[in-house]
Design a protein around this ligand. Structure first.
Ligand code: AMP
Length: 191
């Protein structure tokens, strides 16, 4: 059983690294943003409730997000562990997650924070906007998502550092370089 939370600003490369980590550990990568996007393209009720918030770069309300995560973590493929990408994003969500995991009898193993400076993150998001045409990758929305990250998500790192769960990895350089740094953290945890 391995349970991992991936933290980092939008544009830090979390999605790419999440799938590599998940593959190495044999666990599902669960991205709340991906679940919302899939629901929007499928036209579900959940997607309908999330879309306006996402388009503005704001958080989808906890009343929508938390039950969705709780259900996802109870799916059979998460029984052997999971990686969470994009959740929790606030201290409130971190507290909800603590309760969900306590109910499931599961401990958190590692919270990995990918650190990338602001200019680099903006330039990566602009590049992604050209490649993927994500509705929330326009420059004003991007800037807003970064502000929200600094105000609400970044402080959460302290919460996990206080529990000795936080590992910070330098997210600059090539994708492979970042993966190598992340795997070194897991080598150390497993050793
Ligand atoms: P991401 O793919 O992680 O960048 O998330 C894209 C968007 O989905 C965010 O800007 C939010 O609008 C929404 N979202 C993703 N995860 C969460 C979450 N944990 N809480 C609230 N909103 C979320």
């Amino acid at each position: 059983m391995t349970t991992v939370i991936l933290l980092g600003p939008p544009g830090a490369g979390k999605g790419t690294q999440a799938s590599r980590i998940a593959q190495r550990l044999g666990i599902p990568a669960i991205s709340t943003g991906e679940i919302f996007r899939a629901n929007i393209s499928e036209g579900t009720e959940l997607g309908r409730r999330a879309q306006a918030f996402m388009d503005r770069g704001e958080f989808v309300p906890d009343s929508v997000t938390n039950p969705m995560v709780k259900a996802r973590l109870q799916a059979p493929d998460a029984a052997e562990g999971f990686l969470l990408d994009g959740y929790p994003r606030t201290l409130d969500q971190a507290h909800v997650l603590r309760d969900i995991l306590a109910d499931l009898g599961v401990d958190l193993d590692v919270v990995l924070e990918i650190e990338v400076d602001e200019d680099e993150v903006v330039s990566r998001m602009l590049k992604r906007a050209q490649e993927q045409h994500r509705a929330d990758d326009t420059e004003p929305v991007m800037r807003h998502r970064l502000e929200v990250y600094h105000a609400q998500t970044e402080p959460m790192a302290t919460y996990y550092a206080d529990q000795d769960l936080l590992a910070v990895v330098d997210g600059t350089g090539t994708i492979d370089e970042v993966t190598a740094r992340i795997f070194a953290v897991f080598d150390a945890v497993e050793a």
